[in-house]
Design a protein around this ligand. Structure first.
Ligand code: FE2
Ligand code: FE2
Length: 348
């Protein structure tokens, strides 16, 4: 089914479909979005949902809170029956994550060391950035940029939901990190803008969600995780843990991606996104663990478990993402969805 829905228009954005549905949930959701907000009177069978259907549906619900969709009435954002549907999708996502991460019983004093252990332990699987640095072709680097575009073109936005939910030192330090992410007042220096430059240098279209149809559920889950944590105040500790681990695991991969772009002779403007992160995250990683996580623990020590859960959930979704990409490449296949033939893997 082809949906006529289009992405939110701005001066530079051509319109494009929201996405092709991937199963019964997105079929029904996208059909509803074609009409004004109304009572959905529907409870999707999330237990039977494929990973692709579940995460595309969740992603499209969350986008209503960011730039929206051009032909979707903005009042859908707070339509109670849609929020009920979204809640069911989130319940399934959270239950799967908690089952995978396992119980987290944490003494607040051990949180920094636990996060450093996670940061230095990798995902437990082969290194995606190592593979890219040494072996990736230009087409594979382009694939990776498409995967990452779902988050990087709105980099920092999902974590910003935490700011009004924090106080004192944790809030102030998070704002210092986020100010850098947003280019300190210079639009062209926003990390999202630098990633758009990378896409352009790679010959890609940097229009947000331009490649949504090609992104598997395992990719969308990496972005959905941050939106999920960000939109629930009860999970503010997990959002902080997620951002902290993001900052603590950035320098190595970013320098390897920069090396890959060098090897492939991509113009310097294209690798600036990676160079900027190598430099900025030398500082951000310490701000994150000492001021942001430390500040939150001093204020709200009961959030220790949540902080570790957010970091472990990040590790889990990144491991699944990397393993899908590397498994495809090892078999000489694309890691992207191929229209109309992408397998419907069961959500894990
Ligand atoms: Fe960044
Ligand atoms: Fe950073």
């Amino acid at each position: 089914m082809t949906s006529p829905l289009t992405i939110a228009s701005s001066s530079k954005r051509p319109t494009t479909r929201i996405a092709e549905p991937r199963g019964p949930i997105t079929e029904r959701l996208f059909a509803a979005f074609e009409r004004p907000p109304h009572d959905l009177a529907w409870a999707p069978d999330v237990g039977a949902a494929s990973e692709d259907d579940l995460h595309l549906a969740l992603y499209c619900c969350y986008e209503l809170h960011y730039q929206g969709w051009a032909d979707v009435d903005p009042d859908w954002e707070w339509e109670p029956s849609l929020l009920r549907v979204r809640r069911l999708l989130e319940d399934r996502f959270e239950a799967d994550l908690r089952a995978e991460v396992g119980p987290v019983g944490t003494d607040p004093d051990t949180v920094p060391n636990q996060l450093w252990d996670l940061a230095t332990g990798g995902t437990g699987g082969p290194s995606l950035s190592g593979w890219v640095a040494e072996r990736a072709t230009l087409d594979q680097v382009r694939e990776l940029a498409k995967h990452r575009s779902a988050y990087q073109l709105k980099e920092a936005d999902p974590h910003t939901w935490a700011i009004p939910r924090l106080a004192g030192e944790a809030k102030a330090v998070m704002l210092a990190i986020q100010a850098d992410e947003y280019g300190n007042g210079i639009a062209a220096e926003m990390h999202s803008s630098l990633f758009a430059d990378t896409m352009t240098a790679l010959g890609l279209d940097a229009t947000p969600n331009r490649y949504l149809d090609e992104l598997p559920g395992s990719t969308l889950a990496t972005t959905n995780l941050i939106s999920f944590l960000g939109l629930h105040r009860r999970l503010r500790g997990s959002l902080v843990g997620h951002l902290a681990l993001f900052e603590m695991t950035s320098i190595g991969p970013m320098s390897r991606y920069a090396r890959a772009l060098d090897r492939l002779k991509i113009p310097a403007r294209g690798r600036r996104f990676y160079d900027v992160h190598v430099e900025a995250d030398q500082i951000h990683q310490h701000l994150a663990i000492e001021g942001m996580v430390g500040g939150l623990l001093r204020q709200e020590p009961h959030l220790a478990d949540d902080i570790v859960f957010g970091a472990k959930a990040l590790t889990a979704v990144e491991a699944r993402f990397a393993s899908r990409v590397l498994c495809s490449w090892d078999n000489g296949l694309t890691s992207l969805r191929v229209a109309d033939s992408a397998p419907e893997s069961a959500a894990a």
